[in-house]
Write a protein that binds this ligand. Structure first.
Ligand SMILES: [Zn+2]
Length: 415
């Protein structure tokens, strides 16, 4: 009995051991198989064929990791596109009475704008042809064909934050934005449909570099949106909003570009407001500032952020075009800034810039208004410029003296 029990016990121990061994083998086998099964499930789920395992292994090797070289883009800023009545009257005449032909005004500088990766301009006048006839100073309204021509020239960003944005009232602003809505290839900044539209920072990407754009104005000529209006402008004294928007833009893009309308007209002296806002915007994260409004070329400089980042600032680019009546208002420039992205550090920095001077030319009584690169302008042309009626000493020397006073030689285009 005892022996039987003993034998029986032995047998039980043997059976239990076998069972434990079997369970162990099963567990080990499952342990080896399951992860592979999981892997193949992932591969199927992600649509990757099983050979992807070896390619993954290859690509994780240090020598096969692709190193992306630094990439540069150019960002161009243009001045005030100030469409006086004679400019659209001449364009209408050229078109033979139906429509407007603005092409000859700008064609001599078109290649400079087209060659930049991203181009920004201040459209000084509303494009509200839908609600009112065209008009000149003091309450401007320009034909929408002006906008068509800016697109033909290659502009990507149109700023409407300026003192004339409300010349045609809230309805004029609405009509202007309605027109731009039909042109999705360009981004409009500085005038917004509502709060959400204002918060929707415009991004333009080129060669893998994202640029964010914001438009700000110091004044709107004493005209304001109705109190209950949904439309929004960014005024220069609303520094809390500007700081918030620039900081937000910085999280969305590699380069933050500001179009700002500020300062006093017809002076080379900067206001304290301009100087303070420029440095503040740079400190908040602005990388490039294109200033406008004074109708003359104000200084080009480089401001430094607290972390050492260099930021180009032109306080005023002058009039891209106008029919103003002083020699200094005929002088402007196209500023092309080169920004370079290092994909290993993910930082985009200012590399260099070039200011190409341009001259608005017209004959007697503002005839045939045309924009010239200074490099193609001559003393013979200056001698017959209609502006000599008001500025008798208008000449290449007069132009160069103003340019040299405000633009450092190293940034001046030599061609
Ligand atoms: Zn202005």
């Amino acid at each position: 009995m005892k022996r039987y029990q003993k034998n029986n016990k032995k047998q039980i121990i043997f059976r239990v051991s076998v069972a434990v061994l079997l369970v162990g083998i099963c567990a080990i086998t499952l342990g080896l198989i399951l992860p592979r099964m999981n892997l193949s499930t992932k591969q199927v789920a992600s649509g990757t064929p099983s050979v992807a395992v070896s390619s993954t292994a290859l690509s994780s090797g240090p020598e096969s990791k692709p190193v992306q070289k630094p990439v540069s883009i150019t960002i161009l800023g243009a001045g005030d596109n100030l469409i006086h009545d004679v400019i659209y009257q001449q364009a209408q005449k050229r078109a033979g009475g139906s429509g407007y032909d603005f092409k000859p005004v700008y064609e001599r500088v078109a290649n400079v704008i087209k060659s930049a990766d991203i181009s920004v301009i201040n459209q000084e006048t509303p494009l509200a042809g839908k609600i009112a006839a065209p008009s000149g100073y003091p309450r401007f309204n320009s034909p929408t064909q002006v906008g068509d021509e800016l697109i033909n020239l290659g502009f990507d960003v149109i700023n409407h934050a300026n003192n004339h944005v409300l010349d045609m009232g809230e309805k004029g602003l609405a009509a202007t934005l309605d027109y731009w809505d039909t042109k999705p290839s360009v981004k409009v900044v500085g005038a917004y449909r509502n709060d959400a539209d204002l918060q929707n920072i415009r991004i333009v990407e080129s060669k893998g570099i994202k640029t964010a754009h914001i438009g700000i104005t110091e004044m709107t000529n004493g005209l304001y949106l109705p109190k209950n209006s949904n439309y929004r402008l960014i005024y220069a004294d609303n520094t809390a909003l500007i700081e918030k928007l620039i900081k937000k833009a910085k999280t969305m893009a590699d380069v933050v570009v500001i179009s700002v309308h500020w300062g006093n007209e017809n002076t080379y002296t900067l206001t304290e407001k301009q100087k303070n806002l420029a440095q503040n915007m740079v400190d908040w994260g602005a990388d490039i500032i294109f200033g406008n409004h004074p109708h003359v070329v104000q200084q080009l400089t480089v401001l430094t952020r607290k972390d050492g980042t260099k930021c180009p600032v032109i306080f005023a680019l002058g009039n891209f075009v106008s029919a103003q009546q002083s020699g200094q208002n005929m002088i402007s420039g196209l500023l092309t800034v080169t920004m370079t992205k290092d994909f290993t550090t993910n930082k985009t920095t200012f590399t260099t810039m070039q200011f190409k001077p341009i001259v608005t030319h017209y004959g007697k009584r503002c005839a045939d208004i045309t924009v010239y690169p200074l490099s193609e302008y001559t003393d013979a042309l200056a001698a017959v410029h209609g502006v000599r009626k008001y500025t008798p000493n208008f000449s290449l020397k007069y132009i160069n003296d103003i340019i040299n006073k405000n633009i450092p030689q190293k940034y001046l285009s030599k061609d």
